[in-house]
Design a binder for this molecule. Structure first.
Ligand code: ISE
Length: 334
């Protein structure tokens, strides 16, 4: 038995997912692709023998489509996710779940009224071997009670039009989600500090920044966001706990020691760094849906992450510490 998937959005991420679903994900087939730029949808669809639509709502309504992957711009995520819920179809929505807290809440409330989950959010770091090993070390108490978590999130460069708030809403959101998951705690406040801007950052982009997050139980998390670091895609984590530290290892690749030097590769971008995580994310989603369950990052995770991100964006704009307040967690996400 295989899962018939419709992919909404034929841009960079949509194409990336379609190719993987059509080639390396077991028990998956892409039967429809949509994009407002219908020629793009047709081109991607033809490559995998799927139907093309200009409108994502038509794709969701297609009887042949059993599950939906949303990779269209973030501003469209709410309407398409709600349409999937109305059609009773499992949906994997790329981050963000929706671009505002209120929009996330509308999705959360629509799903929470149902007997079972249908929505998963594309926070792929949770599927990375390194992050899973780090979480296992924390959960098994191998270094004791967590106190501090240092996170480094460096991108070599950004596309044109990337703005200072997108450093949070597009980039740091991954750190917000994965640290909530690693620690098993929600954040109660965010404070953003801007360093002097790199002279190599585009005009107007305040890069780099430090985001300091506080959990309900008093763990401090600092996230360096540096989106024009030039040298590669560099993700580093170090947890400081009561009886030791736990750090994410270097990304796979041969590390050389020669001619009096250390030398090793640095991934070029997030697709290279998290390629295996994307593969596992899709495979676990497909296998789970075929067995009647959706268990990855939830609409609650999408909502809670957005709430922290908005507090951080407010701190960026006004300075100072901004409190995060969450609604009560619905029973569906207990
Ligand atoms: C990008 O959209 C991602 O999702 C990457 O994981 C992140 O590292 C990058 O900063 C974002 O721009």
């Amino acid at each position: 038995m295989s899962l018939a998937i419709g992919v909404v959005g034929a841009g960079q991420m949509g194409r990336y997912h379609v190719e993987r679903l059509a080639t390396t994900v077991l028990d998956a087939r892409v039967v429809a692709v949509s994009d407002v730029f219908v020629e793009g949808a047709k081109q991607v669809a033809e490559g995998v023998g799927a139907r093309a639509y200009a409108d994502g709502h038509q794709l969701i309504a297609d009887d042949q489509v059993q599950a939906v992957l949303i990779a269209s711009p973030g501003s469209t995520h709410e309407e398409f996710t709600l349409a999937c819920l109305a059609a009773d179809k499992p949906v994997l929505c790329e981050k963000p779940l929706a671009p505002t807290i209120d929009a996330c809440l509308r999705v959360l409330e629509a799903e929470a009224a149902r007997p079972r989950r249908l929505v998963q959010v594309g926070f792929m770091r949770r599927y990375d071997d390194g992050f899973r090993a780090l979480k296992a070390a924390v959960d098994e108490g191998r270094v004791g009670r967590p106190l501090l978590l240092h996170c480094r999130h460096r991108n070599p460069d950004v596309p044109p039009g990337f703005t200072t708030d997108m450093m949070i809403t597009d980039s740091v959101v991954h750190d917000i989600d994965v640290t909530r998951w690693l620690l098993g705690q929600e954040f109660v406040a965010a404070t953003v500090y801007k360093a002097r801007p790199s002279s190599l950052a585009p005009e107007g982009l305040s890069d780099p920044q430090m985001v300091v997050l506080e959990t309900a139980e008093g763990v401090l998390v600092d996230v360096e966001s540096f989106v024009t670091c030039q040298f590669g895609y560099d993700i580093r984590y170090e947890l400081v706990a009561e009886s030791g530290t736990a750090a994410l290892g270097e990304h796979a690749g041969v590390q050389l020691r020669h001619q009096g030097r250390h030398d090793g590769p640095i991934p070029a971008d997030y697709r290279e760094r998290f390629g295996d995580a994307y593969q596992r994310e899709l495979q676990e989603w497909v296998s789970g849906v075929l067995q009647g369950r959706v268990s990855g990052p939830s609409a609650w995770d999408g909502y809670a992450t957005q709430a922290v991100a908005e507090a951080a964006v407010e701190s960026q704009a006004k300075g100072g510490r901004v409190a995060v307040e969450l609604v009560d967690r619905p029973a569906l996400y207990a």
